[in-house]
Structure formats: structure tokens, C-alpha cells
Design a protein around this ligand. Structure first.
Ligand SMILES: Nc1ncnc2c1ncn2[C@@H]1O[C@H](COP(=O)(O)OP(=O)(O)OP(=O)(O)O)[C@@H](O)[C@H]1O
Ligand SMILES: [Mg+2]
Length: 223
């Protein structure tokens, strides 16, 4: 199976004396639903930003679709859904304006229909509910019809109905795309992921959902 993301010996710190990501290696294959788990501050959001080229690691190599990140240009093939709380305040304007800012009108029609955003277009983003905002962020990431989608905590702050709705949308989206998702929602990750990367958990690296459950049981002495 083709590797669409390869990470080799990646190390990163914001401050020299505080290593955050150390010697991390993993890969993601085409069509995978790849989960990333880890406690607060483990470096999950940072890792996504490195993979997208927003910040440079001190050491190591990242390849997207077989190409080194440094020379990769085809970012239309990649969609990014940032952590909602990190962009909320920066996104002034209506949903329609935000969508038109990332793609021409004729390209966004299918996303508006697919995510049923028709009734939200005239409304300011900051006035929307958490679930509605999450759908808009998803729509913005899908405008270029990317092959690979990175999502940072798409379930946080949503009620169970909104969570179920977003999970179903992601299942649909993942049918013909690679999805890499950071989440604290264990159930969501275990139900959907083919493999899981553990950050900030010394007892695990890249595991199957079944093995992850086993590790957690062992850790907490559950039977
Ligand atoms: N721009 C920055 N400058 C300095 N330190 C930062 C910066 N961004 C994040 N950090 C620190 O790096 C560590 C990892 O942050 P990161 O946001 O990647 O964690 P996370 O795993 O996504 O956590 P959470 O689950 O809370 O979202 C934290 O200790 C954070 O305070
Ligand atoms: Mg984070």
C-alpha cells in the first residue's frame, strides 16, 4: 500500500531544554483512518503543524505523497481542520465569506450541499454553535477536494448529536480519502481508526485499536 505520509526520526522542541517530540517515526498508508492520541501538551497539535509545514522540526524527515516536505508544493491535496478554539476569534465574517475566501464560488457548491450549510451562509461564524462551526471548518478544509485530511480535535465541545453527525460525515469523507485525526475522544478513535499513534505515552507507539485497548486495560489493571 502506498505511503502518503512518512515521518522519520522527527525531533522538535519549542525551547532547547524542553524536548517535545523525540525521534518519532511512523507512516500512514493511502486510505487509512489514522488516529493520534495523547494527553494535553503531548505535542499533537504541534505534530500536525510540522506535518503541514507551518513549523520546522530541528531534526528528521517528513514526506507527503512520497515527496520531501521541503520541496512539496501540492498543498491542495491536503486539507486541515484546526482545533476550533484556536481559530474561533480569528474568523470574523459570515460563513459564505469564509468559504469564498478559500475557494471560488463554483467550487464550494458541492460542499455546501454535502454538509447542508445552505442556511448558515449569511450568518457570522462566531455566532454559530460549536457543531455548526465544526462543520464550517470541515467545509473549508474540503474546498480543494483533498486526498488527505488532517483534523485536530473535531469532537471537542460538541454534544452527542453533533458528535454523531460529525463522526458520520467523517466516515463518509474517509471512504475515498486518507484521514489523520487527533482526538481525546477514545470511543471515536477506537471505532474508526485502523491504527493509532500514541504521543506522550511511553508504553505505546503505533498500535491497532485492539492492542491499544489491551494496553489501557493492563495499565489500569482492568479485566
Ligand atoms: N508556539 C508555542 N511556543 C512555545 N510553546 C508552545 C507553543 N505551542 C505550544 N507550545 C507548548 O508545547 C506543548 C505541546 O503543545 P500542543 O498544543 O502541541 O499539545 P497538544 O498535544 O495538542 O495538547 P492538547 O491536547 O491540549 O491540545 C505544550 O506544553 C504547549 O504549551
Ligand atoms: Mg492540541
Amino acid at each position: 500500500m502506498e505511503k502518503v505520509l512518512e515521518v522519520k526520526n522527527l525531533s522538535f522542541n519549542y525551547k532547547k531544554e524542553e524536548p517535545l517530540i523525540e525521534e518519532l517515526s511512523f507512516d500512514v498508508k493511502r486510505g487509512e483512518f489514522f488516529g493520534i492520541l495523547g494527553p494535553n501538551g503531548a505535542g499533537k497539535s504541534t505534530l500536525l503543524k510540522i506535518l503541514l509545514g507551518f513549523i520546522r522540526p530541528q531534526r528528521g524527515e517528513v514526506r507527503l505523497f512520497g515527496q520531501r516536505l521541503e520541496s512539496f508544493k501540492d498543498f491542495r491535496r491536503i486539507g486541515y481542520v484546526p482545533q476550533r478554539f484556536s481559530v474561533e476569534r480569528a474568523f470574523t465574517g459570515t460563513v459564505g465569506e469564509l468559504l469564498r475566501a478559500v475557494a471560488p464560488k463554483e467550487r464550494v457548491g458541492w460542499i455546501i450541499a454535502f454538509l447542508h450549510l445552505e442556511n448558515l451562509l449569511e450568518r457570522p461564524f462566531i455566532m454559530l454553535s460549536g457543531g455548526e462551526q465544526q462543520k464550517v471548518l470541515l467545509a473549508m478544509a474540503l474546498t480543494t477536494n483533498p486526498d488527505m485530511l488532517f483534523l485536530d480535535e473535531p469532537m471537542t465541545g460538541l454534544d452527542i448529536h453533533a458528535q454523531e453527525h460529525i463522526e458520520n460525515l467523517l466516515k463518509e469523507i474517509a471512504k475515498d480519502r486518507t484521514v489523520v485525526v487527533v482526538s481525546h475522544d477514545l470511543g471515536f478513535v477506537l471505532r474508526n481508526a485502523s491504527r493509532i499513534l500514541c504521543l506522550g505515552m511511553p508504553f505505546c507507539r503505533v498500535v491497532s485499536p485492539e492492542d491499544f485497548e489491551g494496553l489501557i486495560r493492563e495499565l489500569y489493571r482492568l479485566h
